[in-house]
Design a protein around this ligand. Structure first.
Ligand code: HEC
Length: 363
């Protein structure tokens, strides 16, 4: 093979390993050179089934091991994370299933709830809002940075904010920009010495409704589901078909008695409900004086249903499903402007002097 042709082979090998197999670039270059040498110097020819087959097997093995090693590295390194609940109390997330919930999970699996319900809150896009705070010292530099940001991103609404940028007050610089633009804004602004506040906003049908940023939201989760949510789930029941709503977060939407009624007689909750009845999870009893008995009235007779152990466990499990409710680093819950970057010390001090402690207690 001529040296030119073998060089092209080497180039192909290096590009495939870098762009398609995502190998580290030095490894890709070494591979490319090895291929170039093999074909150019050592006269390797692609003329036998043996060479072709060994090449194919080599490529297969490399890609398989890289793909599996990379994802297993990513997932096996997952750990607990600190988060906060509705009342602001910190706790470690995720929480393993407690009490009856593990057997409820088995009931959920055995009755095929996953055939109609998913446990996976999805998102369609992510947007960033950016605020900046300039001090007297860096005011003109920050103005310059805002201008540069607008020029680079081709934002038509330039002049206004850049010219009227106040000193010592948070000012919204950009709303709903993409990842790369947010990175640019952060870079420009922080190198000009401004304090920068970046807020991540996910949107998509599954997430909370917001008239401005997510008008189609169904409120199935406050945030998207991520791998960490399934840390303690032996066999995640993600489901694929959504005949009923997603249940990742159902424990925050419905209470025990509603869930019981829903299993016994969904039409008593919503008239046109397509959710099937699960009466076999209840025993008919004569008396209604025990706790948790559900009464169903037909025309002139009353029937009392007592949940079986299975039903109780299933409902315990459903009530424990709150995964898409707590903010995580990789899946924040939208809160208006809590900074993701520590403030530069100087600007912070100056701001405190100027505005008392207003704003300085944002994290
Ligand atoms: C044949 C499909 C189907 C199966 C199987 C099914 N469901 Fe449903 N489920 C639905 C539908 C449809 C709804 C929406 C009902 C409505 O419109 O009120 C629903 C609603 C629900 C809700 C209320 C969710 C909400 O946010 O309002 C819960 C909880 C629920 N199902 C739990 C279960 C459990 C637990 C099982 C397994 C024992 C199960 N479902 C099996 C179709 C199904």
């Amino acid at each position: 093979m001529t040296i030119g042709l073998s060089f092209i082979m080497g180039l192909v090998a290096a590009s495939v390993s870098y762009f398609m197999l995502s190998l580290w670039w030095p490894v890709a270059i070494i591979l490319g050179i090895a291929v170039w040498l093999a074909f150019g110097l050592f006269g390797l020819k692609m003329d036998s089934a043996f060479t072709l087959l060994s090449g194919a097997i080599l490529v297969f093995c490399i890609s398989l091991s890289v793909m599996i090693m990379r994802s297993s590295d990513q997932l096996s390194g997952l750990q607990y994370a600190d988060t906060v609940d509705e009342t602001g109390t910190e706790f470690r997330y995720p929480v393993p299933l407690l009490g009856n919930a593990p057997s409820g999970e088995r009931v959920y699996r055995s009755h095929g709830c996953a055939a109609c319900h998913t446990q996976h809150v999805t998102h369609e896009g992510v947007e960033f809002d950016i605020k900046a705070l300039a001090s007297e010292k860096n005011h003109s530099a920050v103005k310059e940075a805002v201008n540069r940001f607008y020029q680079v991103t081709g934002n038509p609404a330039s002049g206004g904010i850049a010219l009227g940028l106040p000193v010592g007050e948070w000012e919204t610089v950009a709303l709903g920009v993409s990842v790369s633009d947010a990175a640019k804004a952060r870079g420009f602004l922080s190198s000009a010495g401004a304090s920068v506040d970046v807020q991540v906003r996910f949107n998509g049908e599954d997430l909370e409704k917001d008239n401005f940023s997510n008008p189609d939201g169904r409120g199935w989760g406050k945030r998207r589901s991520v791998a960490r949510d399934y840390l303690f789930v032996e066999r995640p029941m993600l489901g694929s078909v959504r005949i009923g709503p997603d249940l990742s977060n159902v424990g925050t939407r419905l209470n025990r008695s509603t869930l019981m009624r829903l299993l016994l007689d969904p039409k008593s909750i919503r008239r046109n409900s397509k959710m099937p009845q699960h009466r076999f999870l209840f025993d008919v009893v004569k008396e209604s004086n025990e706790k948790g008995i559900i009464t169903i009235r037909n025309k002139d007779e009353q029937v009392f249903y007592k949940p079986t152990k299975e039903a109780e466990a299933l409902v315990d499990y459903l009530l424990s499903l709150k995964s898409a409710n707590y903010p995580l680093e990789e899946a924040p819950v939208y809160q208006p402007f809590t900074s993701s970057l520590p403030k530069p010390e100087e600007a912070k001090k100056e701001m405190e002097e100027k505005t008392g402690d207003e704003g300085s207690d944002t994290k």
